[in-house]
Structure formats: structure tokens, C-alpha cells
Design a binder for this molecule. Structure first.
Ligand code: FMN
Ligand code: FE2
Ligand code: FE2
Length: 394
């Protein structure tokens, strides 16, 4: 696949993987991108997951007509990208491996060698000439591991962005064009990927964006998802919003758990109240029946969140506890949060949820709390109205 005259996609599509990184469902599969920069000294940008070593090596072979690449640039050592390095190094003993010192240390642990006799160690600002192309390296620690470097190719103004600007989903899925979405549906799975994988590292992503702002970028080649060639301001803008934890969309996100349906009924009534008062968007999720990372995505997307839960053994329902854990470990912040709780003898869910959010920065709790004793009563309806008014106020 041609990205430009001299840059080729030599990645693979994975339709076997069920959970990416062991936890994220990927119903549309996953792409592990690798690129070849054709020049006097050809460079391969990253490898692919070990399940696809042969497919990847044969693509390199085909592109170069059997000639050995001069360089393998390793931007990220996570096995979805590093899994084929050892096989590559064996097949091409003359090829120089290019990576950060931290990446070489990881290679020593993964592959029992750090390629000391055939490597170039790069750091911030290092450059490498391929002939007419020149690579400039940018360190990006914790986007998404500590050893990450990204690469800017000066002649074609391409940023090889490692895991940043990636997205779940393989490239060869049949796609229905979504007329309404200017990005062809990119943000939906890119947002779930971003918050799932690097959500915790907002400040590090901001540092990267500052470095990127100093470059003239015409194309972004990430390690997952499509190459971005148009409207780059849109994608950079989303990353700016996401990494600063600002709300991206107006509206209210309601996440609930319910055993017998009474909490669910209250949530449904509450959602209707919000809609009737002109709330621009109301999103409701049953935490027991969704991909929790879709819920995590929405909790970051919206600035106003309502958590509704049944009381369970004097605490909160397990799905809610797990959900809040996913948020707090990703530095969830800058939110207004309301609570609906339910209990048949001693409701404790709201208190427990507040406690779980205790260490989170910049979270404002709504004053109105809704406490249901088994089934909704008239007082609950007033409480719901009060909470709705608070969530609608700016
Ligand atoms: C396993 C289990 C544990 C529960 N523990 C408590 C509890 O500690 N305190 C309480 O008030 N209610 C407790 N309940 C009762 C529910 O919280 C209560 O019936 C609530 O109204 C259920 O709401 P729902 O209709 O939305 O499922 C428990 C229920 C279950 C199934
Ligand atoms: Fe990664
Ligand atoms: Fe990755």
C-alpha cells in the first residue's frame, strides 16, 4: 500500500485478537502498522506482532526485491510492535537497529541481546540520513511506554507517531461511510483507544503536542489505525482536548447498575427529565451489559456524569466499583458528578462512590443526591428534578 511515492505501508491486519492488550474488545480487529521508507538506505519503521512475522518479512522482501534494509527504527517496545524484531535481526544481520537506550535495555530482556554491535542509539533531536530522506527523533516518554521515540521525516513532512493518533480496528473491514462524521467515524474508536491506553498520561501527551506544534506536519503515520493526511488540525485538536481532560461534548453521561430494575427506572425517568429540559445529549449505559471501555470513553467525553447504583453488601455494586476504578486509574478529572443510590435497608452506594472518587482532582459533586429505598416514591421524583436542574446549569 502506497502512502507516498517513497513510503509504503507494510503492516498487518489482525482478526484473531479478541482482547487488545488483554482487556479492550476489538470487534473490528486491530492493525499493526509498519512502514518502509524507500531511499538509498531504506528504513523499516517498527515491526509487528509475533503472530505476523512471516507475513511482515515477506512484505519487506517484496518491496525491496530481496535487498536488506539499512535500518530498522524501533519506536516502541510493546510486543504488538516489537514482536518480530528478533526474527528480522536474524534474517538481516547487516541491518542497523535504531532506538532509544531505554528500548535497547528492553530488547536485552525480551531477546537476550541489545544489539550492541549493530545499533544506533537516538535521543531527542538525533537525526539520521537515509539519502534524500532525513529522520529526526522526538522522545515521547509514556506515550505510551517510557522508551518511546517518534520520528519526523523532514523531506515529506511526515510524523511517525508511534501509538499516538492510533485507533482500534483493522484496515480491511468493510466500512459504511458515515455521512455525518467528517472523520469517517475515526474519533469513536480513536477516543476509546486513547482513554483506554494513554488516558492516564495527559501531561506527557501535552508535552508531545508542544513539540509537534513546532513541526510542519503534513501526514501522521501511527502504529495503529489509518494514516492521517487531511485536516490534521482536527486530530491534533482532539488530542489537545483529550489530554487536557476538558469536556469534548456537551451533555450528560449516566452510568448505572441495577439488579431488580428500580434504579434503572429512576435513570430512565431522569434521562427523560434532562431531555425534556433541552439537554443537548443524554447517554445512558448499563455497566453490567456494556464494554466498560465504551463507558470509560463517554465518562471522559462529557463533563457532567451521573452515577447510579444499587447498594451491595453495605457498599456499591461491583460493576460500578470496577468502572470507577477504571476512571480513577486514568486520572479522571474536571467533572461535575451527581449520584443516584438505591438500597432496601441501608443505602450506602452514594457514600461509597464519593469515597472512591476522593483522590481525584477537580471533581465537583452535585448538591442534590437521590436516595431510593427499593422503589421510587414522590420525594425521589423531586430529588431527581433537583439533580436534573443542577446538571443542566453551567
Ligand atoms: C447481593 C445483594 C446485596 C445487597 N446489599 C444491600 C445492602 O447492603 N444494603 C441495602 O440497603 N440493600 C442491599 N441490597 C438490596 C438492593 O440494594 C435493593 O434491593 C435495591 O433496591 C435494588 O435496586 P434495583 O431494583 O435497581 O436492583 C442488596 C441486594 C443484593 C442482591
Ligand atoms: Fe503501546
Ligand atoms: Fe501499540
Amino acid at each position: 500500500m502506497e502512502i507516498s511515492q517513497n513510503i509504503r505501508w507494510i503492516g498487518v491486519n489482525d482478526h484473531e485478537v479478541d482482547l487488545f492488550e488483554g482487556q479492550f474488545p476489538v470487534p473490528e480487529g486491530m492493525a499493526y502498522n509498519s512502514y518502509l521508507i524507500a531511499d538509498e538506505k531504506p528504513a523499516v519503521m517498527d515491526s509487528v506482532d509475533a503472530h505476523f512475522t512471516d507475513e511482515w518479512l515477506s512484505k519487506i522482501d517484496r518491496e525491496l526485491g530481496g535487498k536488506a534494509p539499512a535500518y530498522l527504527v524501533v519506536q516502541h517496545m510493546e510486543p504488538d510492535h516489537s514482536g518480530s524484531i528478533a526474527a528480522f535481526a536474524e534474517k538481516y544481520p547487516e541491518t542497523t537497529i535504531v532506538a532509544s537506550m531505554a528500548a535497547f535495555r528492553m530488547m536485552k530482556n525480551f531477546f537476550k541481546t541489545e544489539y550492541a554491535d549493530r545499533r544506533v542509539v537516538v535521543t531527542e533531536g538525533s537525526t539520521l540520513s537515509l539519502g534524500s530522506h532525513e529522520l529526526q527523533f522526538i522522545t515521547a516518554p509514556m506515550v505510551h511506554w517510557p522508551e518511546v521515540v517518534m520520528t519526523y521525516e523532514k523531506s515529506e513532512k511526515v510524523l511517525f507517531s508511534a501509538d499516538a493518533f492510533g485507533k482500534f480496528g483493522a484496515h480491511d473491514m468493510p466500512r459504511e461511510e458515515d455521512e455525518e462524521e467528517e472523520d469517517g467515524g475515526w474519533a469513536c474508536e480513536a477516543r476509546r483507544y486513547y482513554f483506554g491506553i494513554v488516558g492516564k498520561f495527559g501531561p506527557q501527551v501535552q508535552n508531545l503536542l508542544k513539540k509537534a506544534a513546532a513541526l510542519d506536519i503534513q501526514r501522521i503515520c501511527p502504529l495503529h489505525g489509518p494514516v492521517l493526511s487531511e485536516n490534521l488540525g482536527y486530530y491534533l485538536g482532539l488530542y489537545k482536548t483529550w489530554s487536557s481532560y476538558e469536556a469534548e461534548s456537551k451533555g450528560v453521561f449516566i452510568a448505572y447498575t441495577s439488579v431488580y430494575g428500580h434504579t434503572k427506572a429512576a435513570v430512565e425517568l431522569f434521562a427523560k427529565m434532562l431531555e425534556d429540559h433541552g439537554c443537548p445529549k443524554v447517554v445512558v449505559t448499563d455497566l453490567a451489559r456494556c464494554d466498560v471501555f465504551e463507558a470509560v470513553e463517554d465518562a471522559f467525553r462529557y463533563g457532567k456524569i451521573v452515577l447510579a447504583s444499587t447498594t451491595y453488601n453495605g457498599e456499591v455494586y461491583p460493576f460500578m466499583r470496577e468502572f470507577i476504578g477504571h476512571l480513577t486509574e486514568r486520572a479522571w478529572q474536571k467533572k461535575k458528578v451527581g449520584f443516584i443510590e438505591n438500597g432496601s435497608w441501608g443505602p450506602m452506594a452514594a457514600k461509597t462512590m464519593m469515597k472512591l472518587l476522593e483522590g481525584s482532582k477537580d471533581i465537583t459533586f452535585a448538591d442534590s443526591k437521590v436516595t431510593i429505598l427499593s422503589a421510587m416514591n414522590d420525594a425521589n421524583i423531586i430529588q431527581l428534578q433537583n439533580l436534573a436542574a443542577e446538571m443542566l446549569a453551567d
